[in-house]
Design a binder for this molecule. Structure first.
Ligand SMILES: *Cc1c(COP(=O)(O)O)cnc(C)c1O
Length: 432
């Protein structure tokens, strides 16, 4: 039955209506955020900068959390449910006995899966009476997603964007402005953290950790503003489970179940959103191989499992996670959304328990983009540079299946499209 299908769609009525919260199903209790030994309490500061509803979800022990009707409407507005494609042409090119399926998160108005949590956060912020959202962005996908969600909700947004990326992604900057976003290169002179760093180096390239500090400081200083984070935290992964829950239903329709679940991982939101519903089954004993595809620039899942700050400026509480250290300098890459020092606490804990494998691809990205080219030439879609890591990993596994003559079902997520990232492909693959 599945052999003739090139993809599986769900109807709007078949969309999941609850998010899956894995916290009560984890093999041990998730370590709580904690304060450093010195300084003010960051944990007590959280309710002052974050959306209350999201903070509640962050620590909720309820296994299923209703998606409000208004957010369901927003998901549909954003084009959900998204298709699951069988990569038949790619299978033929690779001559693999494996069956490859990819989830099409690239069908997103702004280009990435990040709209899933942006829409939810903007909705909750509006409902709580806020007027403005503040945030950070690295590659720019999260800033665009939040500016989009804010514009639908009738909110303002201020986006602190890592300067090294901000300065050259002119089209994406104007895309955010088109949604009404107020975009600042970070470090900026509109916060204390930013001004101090600019004093040391007026051309400071910035980092995601620094931009997080700026966004939080900005929200702390303005009671009308609230801070939103695009990855790492439990509630962000919760909102993203819509990806994996849809995918599970699609596999049910196909009468198949994946042997392998693969995606790229920076902070862990798309990997988590895609994999968590399947990880729930793995904890109950189902055999599934999970692989997180990372860059050698920030192979955070190969770091140390310990408490660390989520930001450079140490404004956040400390979270127990696999980390490379919050002050670590990491060279900018084309798939800059993967460049973050630590992995989400939920993903980290499951890695510690042996559920998640990881691979880090070379920093020059040639290997990864070359594999993406094979995908582009056979399937036709242009993956975001970050998603190219997921594609490369799925292709590697399909080739491995060929070597061992194994007919595995491989599911991978394509977290975004690369329409605004052609410079990356051009430079790395030497297209001109
Ligand atoms: C931000 C981003 C990522 C990396 O972030 P995660 O939180 O690890 O998902 C991956 N792909 C795309 C397209 C992104 O925008």
């Amino acid at each position: 039955m599945s052999s003739k299908r090139s993809g599986v769609s769900l109807t709007e009525d078949e969309m999941p209506r609850k998010w899956y919260n894995i916290l009560p199903d984890l093999p041990e209790e998730l370590p709580k955020p904690k304060d450093p030994e010195e300084g003010e309490s960051r944990v007590e500061m959280l309710p002052k900068v974050m959306i209350n509803e999201c903070l509640g979800q962050e620590f909720s022990e309820a296994r299923w959390i209703d998606i409000p009707d208004e957010i369901m409407d927003l998901f549909i507005q954003a084009g959900r449910p998204r298709q699951l494609f069988r990569a038949k042409r790619l299978e033929q090119v690779l001559k693999t006995p494996a069956k490859l399926y990819y989830k099409a998160e690239f069908y997103s108005p702004t280009g990435s899966h990040k709209v899933n949590t942006a829409l939810a956060q903007a909705y909750y912020a509006k409902k709580a009476g806020f007027e403005r959202l503040t945030t950070e962005t690295g590659a720019g996908q999260w800033g665009t997603a939040l500016a989009y969600a804010a514009s639908l909700a009738g909110l303002e947004t201020k986006i602190f964007w890592v300067r090294a990326v901000h300065d050259w992604k002119v089209a994406r900057k104007n895309f955010m402005r088109l949604y009404g976003g107020d975009v600042r290169a970070s470090p900026s002179n509109s916060t204390k953290v930013g001004r101090e760093l600019l004093k040391e180096n007026s051309n400071h390239p910035g980092s995601l950790g620094i931009a997080v500090s700026e966004g939080m400081e900005d929200a702390l200083d303005d009671p009308q503003a609230v801070y939103c984070l695009g990855s790492v935290l439990n509630h962000v992964l919760l909102h993203q489970t819509i990806i994996g829950l849809e995918t599970k239903k699609q596999f049910e329709k196909l009468d198949e179940y994946p042997d392998m679940v693969i995606s790229c991982l920076g902070g862990g939101s798309n990997f988590g959103g895609f994999a968590i519903p399947f990880l729930g089954d793995a904890i109950k004993g189902k055999k599934i191989h999970f692989i997180a595809a990372q860059t050698d620039v920030s192979p955070n899942l190969q770091g140390e499992y310990r408490y660390d700050f989520a930001d450079h400026g140490e404004l956040t509480p400390m979270l127990k996670m696999y980390t490379l250290g919050h002050k670590t300098e990491m060279k900018p890459i084309m798939g800059d959304g993967l460049r973050y020092h630590a992995a989400a606490p939920i993903i980290s804990l499951l890695r510690k328990h042996g559920y998640i494998d990881t691979i880090a691809y070379p920093a020059d990205e040639k290997y990864v983009f070359d594999k993406a080219r094979t995908f582009i030439q056979s399937e036709g879609f242009l993956p975001a540079p970050e998603s190219a890591f997921s594609v490369a990993c799925a292709i590697d596994q399909a080739i491995e299946c060929k070597r061992r003559n194994e007919e595995k079902v491989i599911a991978f997520n394509i977290s975004g499209h690369g329409f605004m990232d052609m410079e990356g492909y051009t430079e790395v693959l030497g297209l001109q």
